[in-house]
Structure formats: C-alpha cells, structure tokens
Design a protein around this ligand. Structure first.
Ligand code: FMN
Length: 194
C-alpha cells in the first residue's frame, strides 16, 4: 500500500512513535521566544483529548511577561518561606530563564468519579500539548511545584479555587539540551491473558 514500509508500518506511524518516545522533560531552555500562535495551536489540539460525558474540563492560562515576572517573585517568596533564601534565589533564577508558561486547570466536581475522570482528561490534554510542541522542536516540563498549590498564585491569575484546580504548569521553550530517559522493558509491564 502506498506510503507503507515493508514491515507494514507507515512512515507517519513510525514518526508518531518516535515523537512519543523522544519527548523529554527539559529544564534548560534557550532565550528564544516560542510563537504564541504555535501555543494556541497546541491548545486547540489539547481539547481533542478524550473526556467522559464531554465535560471538556480544562482551562488554559497563557502567561504574559508581567504575569511571568510576578510568578518568578512568588516562587522566590514561597521557596524562601518553605526552604531557604538561597534555594529561593536559585529557583527564582531558573524560573526567570523559562520563556513560556502555560497553566492548565481542571474544573472541580462534587462527584468524585467525575472529578477523577476529568483529571484524567486534563492529563491527556497536557500530553497532547507536550507532543505537539515537541514535534515543533519546543521542549517542555510539566511542573507541579509549590507555586501551583499556592493561594497567591491563584489570586494573581484570578482563579477561583472552589471552581478549578491546577493540573500542570507547563514550562516550555527551545531546549538547550534534551536529557535522556529510560523505561522498564515492556515484558515487565504487560500481562497477557488467554
Ligand atoms: C503529574 C506530573 C507532575 C510532574 N511534576 C514535576 C515537577 O514538579 N518537577 C519536575 O521536575 N518534573 C515534574 N514532572 C515531570 C516528570 O518528572 C518526568 O515526566 C519524568 O521524570 C520522566 O521524564 P520524561 O518526561 O522526560 O519522560 C511531572 C510529571 C507529571 C506527569
């Protein structure tokens, strides 16, 4: 069949497999900005994640320069309060070097099962974003650091904590270096039944 390789896998399928395999959580980014249009395309794709009862439980906050600067200062304060001033300084410096900040939240629900399933959907949405950015050469880090659980961060962003909670703060940018990773062998994680 046209477009298929001898072993039956299409080039597209191989490319997709390689994209999934090669996406890496990255800490060090170049200063180069990532285009807002690219991130908006990633968000457009995020919402095609599976979501039970079509709740579409996600919301995306794309942080501008002023909000990023305020968030860096908040990280400095939070880490200083919880750890040490030296670590606060270090974390603030690292955060200030991150070009892109995208916060993903999930709608709360009184129904425990729904909230669990909505969280699962939001995680799928985050992965869509990470993979799309990765395909565009943009690396990322899914973070759930202290700032993502701090009331002051929600106030900065105008988030009502009784309505939504943070799933992921995605830090993104063009990578300085991509780390390597490994996974368990497939034989260790698969149980085949009759
Ligand atoms: C729910 C969740 C929360 C995470 N929070 C953090 C975090 O706060 N800091 C961090 O360095 N990495 C965080 N990560 C990234 C993981 O550490 C990373 O995915 C793992 O080391 C595997 O590396 P890989 O993404 O390159 O495969 C988080 C990942 C997930 C799924």
């Amino acid at each position: 069949m046209a477009g298929h390789l001898p072993d039956g896998k299409s080039r597209n399928l191989r490319a997709l497999a390689e994209r999934i395999r090669s996406r890496r959580t990255t800490n060090l980014f170049l200063k180069q900005e990532v285009s807002k249009d690219l991130v908006l395309e990633a968000i457009e794709l995020a919402r095609w994640a599976p979501n039970h009862h079509l709740t579409e439980p996600w919301h995306f906050y794309l942080l501008g320069d002023k909000m990023k600067a305020a968030s860096v200062e908040l990280i400095r304060a939070i880490v200083t309060e919880n750890k040490t001033a030296e670590l606060g300084e270090h974390k603030a410096k690292s955060a200030a070097a991150v070009p892109g900040w995208l916060l993903v939240t999930c709608t709360r629900s009184d129904d425990e099962l729904r909230e669990r399933e909505d969280y699962a959907s939001c995680c799928c949405a985050v992965q869509n974003i990470l993979l799309y950015l990765s395909e565009a050469g943009v690396a990322s880090k899914w973070t759930t650091g202290l700032i993502t659980r701090d009331q002051r961060f929600f106030e900065l962003l105008g988030i009502d904590e009784s309505e939504e909670y943070v799933v992921s703060l995605i830090w993104y940018g063009y990578p300085k270096i991509l780390p390597t990773q490994s996974r368990k062998d497939v034989s260790e994680i698969v149980t085949e039944t009759d």
